[in-house]
Design a binder for this molecule. Structure first.
Ligand code: FMN
Ligand code: 7N5
Length: 357
C-alpha cells in the first residue's frame, strides 16, 4: 500500500519495531492526556475558506534566523535515533536537507555533531538539556559553532523526566551499541541497563540534569556563544514574557509531545497567548501533535512562524531512512500548499486568524 499521509508511516513503523521501543516513541507521561489533547486541539478548530481567489501560484518558502526553508516545517529534537535506523541522525539530516527543512539535533544524538553536519544540506540547531556538568555543555556549544550549527535550543520543560508508565512497565533501556556519542559515557551511565519498574532514560537524566537552574542562569549559557538561543517548552504568556525579557531569541511552544507534565495545556491551545505576549519580538515555533498540512496551516494562522514534528519523523526514519524523512517533509509541505489552495490563502502572509473558526 502506498504511503499517502504521515499516519501511514506510523502503521508501518509500528510493525517494524519491538514493542518496548514502539512504546518509548509513542508514549507519553501518566494517563497520556496531553498526548491526545495535542492532536484534539487541532481537530477542534475548523477552517473558513474563501473562494474565487487566484491560487495558481502558491508559496510555502520562509526563513528562520536568516536561513531559507522550503516550508515552515522542521524536525524536533529526539534522542538516540540509531535505535530506529542504523544511520540515525545522519539519515534524518540528509532527509531534512533534501526537503529543504530544519533539523534540531538532540543533545542525546547517537551520531556525532560533525557527522550530522557533514550530511546536512539544510540548517541545523543543537538542543541542550542543562547538565550539572557545565563544562560538558560549553564544549558542546563550541563544537556546534565550529560545525556550523545555527542556533541553540534549551529544553526547559524537563527538570525531571515525566513518569512514562509504558517505559516503567517495560523497564525501558537504550539498545546496546547505541550511545549519546557527543557526551562522555559517564553522563548517560546506566542507559543500557533494563531494571523492571524503572526507565533507564529517567535514571540517567536524574543523575545528570541540573534541577536548580532558573532564569538567572540563562546569562551563563549566553556568555558561551553568539548563536541565537531558543527556549523549548514554553506554554504560558508569563514565561514567554520572561523569556523575551531575558534576551532569548526564539520560543518553541511545546509540552514535549505530552511526555513531561501530563495534563499540561495542549501546545496548540497555548499558542495564541504566547504569540500575544511575544508580540512579534522573536520567532515563535510550535510542536506537539502536528500530523497534517491542515495542522500546520492552523498553527501558522494562529501566529506561529514554523512548526516542528517529532514522532512522525521517527516513523519515517524507521520505515525508509533519509528517503522516508525527505518524503514525509515533502508530503507535509504539499498538504500545507493544498490546504492553502482550498482555503483561498495562496501566501503564508495570508494566514491569519480569519481562516479559523
Ligand atoms: C522518542 C522521543 C524522544 C525525544 N527526545 C527529545 C530530546 O532529546 N530533547 C527534546 O528537547 N525533546 C525530545 N522529545 C520531544 C520532541 O522534541 C517534541 O517536543 C515532541 O515529540 C513533539 O510532539 P510530536 O511527537 O507530537 O510531534 C522527544 C520526543 C520523542 C517522541
Ligand atoms: C534523557 C533523554 C530524554 C529524551 C527525551 O527528551 C524524551 O524521551 O522525551
Amino acid at each position: 500500500m502506498s504511503i499517502v499521509c504521515a499516519d501511514d508511516y506510523r502503521s508501518r513503523a509500528r510493525g517494524l519495531l519491538p514493542a518496548p521501543l514502539w512504546d518509548f516513541i509513542e508514549g507519553g507521561s501518566g494517563d497520556e492526556l496531553t498526548v491526545d489533547a495535542n492532536r484534539l486541539a487541532f481537530d477542534r478548530i475548523s477552517l473558513r475558506p474563501r473562494v474565487l481567489v487566484d491560487v495558481s501560484e502558491r508559496s510555502t518558502a520562509t526563513s528562520v534566523f536568516g536561513a531559507a526553508l522550503a516550508s515552515p516545517i522542521g524536525i524536533a529534537p529526539t534522542a538516540y535515533q540509531r535505535m530506529l535506523h542504523p544511520e540515525g541522525e545522519v539519515a534524518t539530516a540528509r532527509g531534512a536537507g533534501q526537503a529543504g527543512g530544519l533539523f534540531v539535533v538532540s543533545i542525546f544524538a547517537s551520531r556525532t555533531l560533525e557527522e550530522i553536519a557533514a550530511a546536512a544540506t539544510g540548517p541545523l540547531w543543537l538542543q541542550l538539556y542543562w547538565l550539572r556538568q557545565r563544562s560538558a555543555l560549553s564544549r558542546l556549544v563550541a563544537r556546534a559553532e565550529t560545525a556550523g550549527y545555527q542556533a541553540l535550543v534549551l529544553t526547559v520543560d524537563a527538570p525531571v523526566i515525566g513518569k512514562r508508565l509504558r517505559d516503567l512497565r517495560n523497564g525501558f533501556a537504550i539498545d546496546a551499541g547505541v550511545r549519546a556519542v557527543n557526551l562522555d559515557d559517564a553522563l548517560t551511565e546506566g542507559k543500557h541497563i533494563s531494571t523492571p519498574g524503572t526507565s533507564a532514560i529517567a535514571t540517567h537524566a536524574a543523575a545528570t540534569f541540573d534541577t536548580s537552574i532558573t532564569w538567572a542562569d540563562l546569562s551563563w549559557l549566553r556568555s558561551t556563544t553568539a548563536l541565537p538561543l531558543v527556549l523549548k517548552g514554553i506554554l504560558t504568556a508569563e514565561d514567554a514574557e520572561l523569556a523575551v525579557a531575558h534576551g532569548v531569541d526564539g520560543i518553541i511552544v511545546s509540552n514535549h509531545g505530552g511526555r513531561q507534565l501530563d495534563g499540561a495545556i495542549p501546545a496548540m491551545r497555548a499558542l495564541p497567548e504566547v504569540v500575544a505576549a511575544v508580540a512579534g519580538r522573536v520567532p515563535v515555533l510550535l510542536d506537539g501533535g502536528v500530523r497534517r498540512g491542515r495542522d500546520i496551516l492552523i498553527a501558522l494562522a494562529s501566529g506561529a512562524d514554523a512548526v516542528l514534528i517529532g514522532r512522525p519523523a521517527l516513523w519515517a526514519l524507521t520505515v525508509d531512512g533519509s528517503d522516508g524523512v525527505a518524503h514525509l517533509l515533502s508530503m507535509l509541505t504539499e498538504e500545507l500548499s493544498h490546504t492553502m489552495a482550498l482555503t483561498g490563502r495562496p501566501k503564508l502572509a495570508d494566514l491569519d486568524p480569519t481562516v479559523l473558526a
